[in-house]
Design a protein around this ligand. Structure first.
Ligand SMILES: Cc1cc2nc3c(=O)[nH]c(=O)nc-3n(C[C@H](O)[C@H](O)[C@H](O)COP(=O)(O)O)c2cc1C
Length: 187
């Protein structure tokens, strides 16, 4: 797949077959993430690969309980969150390592978040190149401590996103791109 195809054909895939994803492909996705630009070349990321059923189930269960306890999700939504986690062959949790930031201030923190986002997009494109489906899940923003507890992530490391990866079951729907977003030389 050429570079343009890899970018333009990438779509969020949320349903996966049971087919396992091989470790070589996962490694390629991780390297793509680690090749992203980062503020001050801090490379402030850690990537936790979840491909163990027991761990995925435990994380899914604790996240579901937290959603219900927070009152932010009804039971149906919480169960959907559980299924999303357990029905994905591989989940990569992207984490921001605060100790890698050059300065401990808000600007540096925001740039760290942007660096992690750049890594995530590289990984989504790499997955597409490898014939894998994937999507970005923001759940760690509201379940950071659950993820820390279940996966043993230290306090100075902030879980930012989860990428769900696997072989696509079905085709994604059509996407309409917004117009009027380019501004040349002036707004
Ligand atoms: C920062 C960010 C957070 C996202 N969080 C979620 C999420 O929590 N759950 C989800 O299903 N999709 C999530 N997505 C995927 C978007 O819904 C998806 O990219 C968007 O609808 C456009 O579709 P496409 O990826 O197929 O182009 C997220 C994407 C980004 C960039």
């Amino acid at each position: 797949m050429d570079c343009n195809d890899a970018i333009f054909s990438r779509r969020s895939v949320r349903k996966f077959t049971n087919q396992a994803v091989d470790n070589v492909s996962i490694q390629k996705i991780l390297i793509a993430g680690a090749s992203a630009p980062s503020a001050h070349n801090e490379q402030p990321w850690h990537f936790i690969v979840l491909n163990n059923e027991t761990i995925k189930k435990r994380l899914a269960q604790d996240m579901m309980n937290a959603y219900i306890a927070s009152g932010k999700a009804d039971e149906q939504r919480a169960v959907r969150s559980y299924n999303m986690t357990v029905n994905t062959p591989v989940i990569i949790v992207g984490c921001l390592d605060m100790e890698q930031l050059k300065y401990q201030n808000e600007l540096e923190y925001k740039m760290g978040i942007q660096s992690l986002a750049a890594a995530a997009e590289n990984m989504l494109i790499a997955a597409n190149c490898l014939g894998l489906g994937s999507y970005w899940r923001a759940a760690p923003w509201v379940t950071a401590n659950i993820i820390r507890n279940v996966l043993g992530v230290p306090d100075y490391v902030e879980p930012q996103w989860m990428l769900h990866v696997g072989f696509a079951a079905g085709e994604p729907g059509r996407k309409i791109m917004r117009n009027g977003i380019d501004h040349w030389n002036h707004w």
